[in-house]
Design a protein around this ligand. Structure first.
Ligand code: SUG
Length: 446
């Protein structure tokens, strides 16, 4: 049976803006209060999805969330009409209000951790939505994310959905952004690498001093248990705490893997030699490529600015691998040189394709943040909600939908405009029909 990896990208929502909400994420902080373009952002994302579909990849789309999140604001005591909730919250608690307007669900690498059927105890594909407890704006996502995932992967014969982990920092879970799977073939049992930032229940262990470690070891272990993974197919690796303090807020900002390739910065992991030795020892197969980028080739600062490691490594139909990189990598001389040399080396990576996803990059989200990987076989593919898959006609429909509903520019001061809420709900209502999702949003359930 054919086996492959599908990418499900987050569709950028109509309230995409720069509010500086993510302490520890350099781009988010430095672009706070800049004007955004929700229309351009959504189109840049769709263009990347279409390009991957055109390369022969299976490409899906995950719907955005309902924002402004009126239900969360009501829970915090803002009442009256929806327009009143918006005005009062924006005036009395602007930071909380902005958090409730974020389009951050676009970064679907943080939507969930996914284990393919070849790895799990019951032979189903398992999904655990990430609880994203470290940032209030992101902690609003998991429930609706769970509903969207269930509407996208609805068939219970093939897909198992878990509730997100307890909403507590001890179990802080950021999903696939801190999870990489290595394998010989997508349909064969793989090695699931869980990268965590700190130990929640043992504070004597190393941890960053300045910026938060969003993922805990205990959360990663809980996800592995829920998915029924075997110990011999798991490696837990601690992220280098010094790098978290420099702005590497997720592992996918400094490392990425695909099949038999692990592409990472030499400073990515705490006790790196031990981690690499364990990966080598547990990986089934002998053709494993460790592509380790040295600091004198690309500094950590250049890696963070360009998002060299927030690239997608994909396997093309002819078996070659390609890197999907943000144009920011091309604009950085050290990184661009590195990539040009890399494709000429003796590794499976033979091509680099650059994509402009700058609207997302300004909030610290590169190509890899925008996608959730789901390795699957033909039967599982047939069981996916087919309206969520990108082909020429669905791409056209979604582009037209963006043109119809999205604003060209948006500033944080526009977020309390009651008209934006109406526009956003109208757009999402139509989207649930385009993607055959049913009623996944709170406003559809009242
Ligand atoms: O969680 N930025 C996101 C970026 C997520 C990137 N994802 C991965 N690395 N997988 C975050 O920090 C910024 C929103 C704002 O500031 O308006 C934000 O949420």
């Amino acid at each position: 049976m054919k086996q492959f990896e599908a990418n499900f990208d987050g569709l950028v929502g109509p309230t995409h803006n720069y509010a500086g909400l993510s302490y520890g994420n350099v781009a988010s902080l430095s672009n706070a209060s800049a004007s955004s373009s929700p229309k351009q952002a959504a189109k840049q994302g769709l263009k990347k999805m279409k390009a991957l579909a055109d390369l022969g990849m299976v490409q899906g789309v995950l719907a955005p969330q309902e924002r402004p999140d009126i239900a969360s604001l009501r829970r915090l005591g803002f009442g009256g009409t929806d327009a009143n909730v918006l005005t009062m919250a924006a005036k009395q608690a602007p930071a909380i209000f902005q958090a409730c307007c974020s389009a951050s669900s676009m970064w679907t690498a943080n939507a969930a951790t996914v284990s393919p059927s070849a790895d799990t105890g019951d032979g189903k594909i398992h999904f655990t939505p990430a609880n994203l407890t470290n940032k209030y704006h992101r902690s609003l996502e998991p429930e609706v994310t769970g509903r969207i995932l269930q509407a996208t992967f609805a068939n219970k014969e093939y897909f198992a959905h878990h509730t997100h982990l307890p909403d507590n920092e001890h179990f802080g879970d950021e999903g696939a952004a801190n999870h990489t799977r290595l394998c010989r073939e997508y349909g064969k049992t793989g090695l699931e690498i869980f990268v965590y930032g700190r130990h929640a229940f043992d504070t004597s262990k190393p941890a960053p001093k300045k910026f938060p470690a969003r993922q805990t070891l205990e959360a990663s272990q809980a996800v592995a248990r829920l998915h029924g993974l075997s110990d011999e197919n798991i490696v837990y690796v601690q992220q280098n705490p010094d790098l978290i303090d420099q702005g590497v807020f997720h592992n996918d900002v400094i490392a990425v893997g695909n099949q038999n390739v692990l592409f990472y910065h030499e400073q990515a992991f705490y006790q790196s030699p031990q981690a690499i030795a364990e990966i080598k020892q547990k990986f089934v197969g002998d053709d494993l490529h460790f592509i380790c980028v040295k600091t004198d080739e690309v500094t950590v600062q250049d890696a963070i600015k360009s998002y060299l490691f927030n690239t997608q490594i994909i396997t093309l139909a002819n078996g070659d691998m390609a890197i999907i990189a943000p144009t920011d990598c091309k604009e950085n001389p050290a990184v661009s040189n590195y990539l040009t040399n890399l494709v000429g080396q003796n590794t499976p990576i033979k091509h680099v394709y650059y994509h402009d996803v700058k609207e997302s990059m300004r909030n610290g989200g590169g190509p890899a943040c925008l996608r959730l990987r789901v390795a699957m076989n033909e039967k599982e593919y047939a069981a996916v909600n087919q309206s969520t898959l990108i082909n020429d006609s669905q791409f056209e429909r979604l582009n037209t939908w963006v043109d119809k509903h999205y604003r060209d520019t948006l500033h944080v001061n526009d977020l309390s405009d009651p008209q934006l809420l109406i526009e956003s709900r109208t757009a999402l209502d139509e989207l649930t029909q385009l993607l055959s999702l049913g009623s996944v949003y709170p406003f559809q359930q009242v």
